[in-house]
Unconditional design. Sequence first.
Lengths: 484, 137
Amino acid sequence: MIEDRVICVDIGSTWTKGAVFKLSHDRFSLERRAAMATTTDYLPDGFYAVLRHLQPDCNWHNTESSPLPVYFSSSAKGGLSVAVVGLVPEMTLQIARLAAFSAGARITAAYSYRLTRNCIAAIEKSRPDILLLCGGTDGGNERYVTENARVLASSDYDGTIIYAGNNMAVDQIRDLLDSRDLRISENLMPDFGQLNIEPVREAIKSVFLERIVSGKGLDQLIRQFDTQPLPTPLAMINLVDAIGKNIADWQNFALIDMGGATTDFYSFAEAYYADSGTIMKGIVEPRLKRTVEGDLGMRVSAESAFETARDLLLASLEGSQQSLESLRAYTEKLVANTSHLPADLAEQSYDQLLASACIFHAVMRHAGIIEQIYTAKGPVWAQSGKDLRRINRIVGTGGFLAAMGRAGDAIELPFSPQPDVEKIPLLPVNFEYYADPDYILPLLGSLAEKYPRQSAAAAVSYLTRLHPNEEEVKEFSHSEFTDA
Amino acid sequence: MTPVNIVLGVIGFDCHSVGNKILDAFFGEAGFKVTNLGVMVSQEEFISAAVETDARAILVSSLYGHGEIDCAGLREKCIEKGLEEIILYVGGNLVVGKTPFAEVEAKFLKMGYDRVFGPDCVLDEVVELLKEDLESR
């Protein structure tokens, strides 16, 4: 059967959103949307409510067969929590970070070299869903990973351990951790400087599937619709990948997904241009990269975002009537009441300032740097991290940026680096800004693996190009994404 | 038997890549697992590579005359990073001018390098010496 119509549902922490897409002329087009409050105790209730709204004439409770194919994703508390343990910080530990983020996970802690008693105590206390243990090239260092496995074996940590280190140490790791839920993956860095993150992504994804189906009724949905849900950020990664690989003008782009708790930054671009005249220090990062900033967000993380961005906010407020103190008070109010919507123009401008600040810090952490080093033969530029300078399109999505997009406002992206810094961040220079006004990208994301070309074509067709303007802040609706 | 891991590279801001490629091929042929970091390698990169690959020796090349300043302190950094046992070799045009090789050798031995080689050393001999040194540790 040719699936000419499909339903996609994304179960978020507050809203369960859905859409019917029709496949025609090699791309999906949106037919209908719906959103219902997520029923956190039993997720299928909200899920079926969305389905009924989308297709009222179907009997969704006939569990034998589904009238339309249904794909879905779930944010499940922001994804799995992962603690990463590597060897050298800028080598295997950094690669482990990239792998966990690109699997749609949240990183709760990162440890290099040897796990001390303090590290173990912190792991036992925070109890991450997964501990990603790696270190050593294949045939390389075994000492650290085996020593770390030994202390983990005698700890009270009872989560899943994914081993992705030196393949020569696998037997020892198995022996040491045989009483644990241990998964063996391929080495993240089989040879020095060589990245191999795909197997770890798969391993994390399969743990996610096992974890989220237990409880809250997702297992029933999986059985009925015969489909495996994705973590929402992984759906987004798949979509970013599909766009970059299939759409001609979108081979160098970034996507910002800013929520109440985190700011996620995705880039699809070559990380290092050998012809740029710079030399590379450390690993060459992958073309597809995601980073997650847990301290930068519009609501739950508003206070920590304020603290992080204090200097930038102070500079932005210069010459305005508003004070840093009143902005700080506003962020306190947001944390106390995370569903707060701006009551007046001042609060709207605070939201925009906060959003710009979150984006600025998220891109600064995502981007690499170049620095000039003076040598006997003259100055030389050395790069570390990812080069984002050739990114020519940036997409803004997530509740706030989608709402701004609906109002036709481009967020101000303060990407001009400060002068007189030794380390110059490799930020996008010339780019067009696109908004996702219908907040449709997460939904298309769950189709991206099976229909990369068609979902990518749909995604770019629903994005709206916006031009930054210098006008006063306009009124715009913050109402949630809904048809209902 | 699993091959011995060694790390190879040209230190500092030195871009001489021909000799580096010859060494890579030669030590590979001689049965070593070579992690070749190429040209313009910092001390930190040598050490990171040696830690991750569990290398038993680091072979440092320098041809542009600034070897002394580039190479100083590598032994101490290795010890700091837990590589107390690692064998350090250095070779090339290590200093500018016509300093007698014996003086150059003495200087680099004092810095903590186990063996020092001039630009005209015979690689077969270097391999034999490395095997001897590996056995004695």
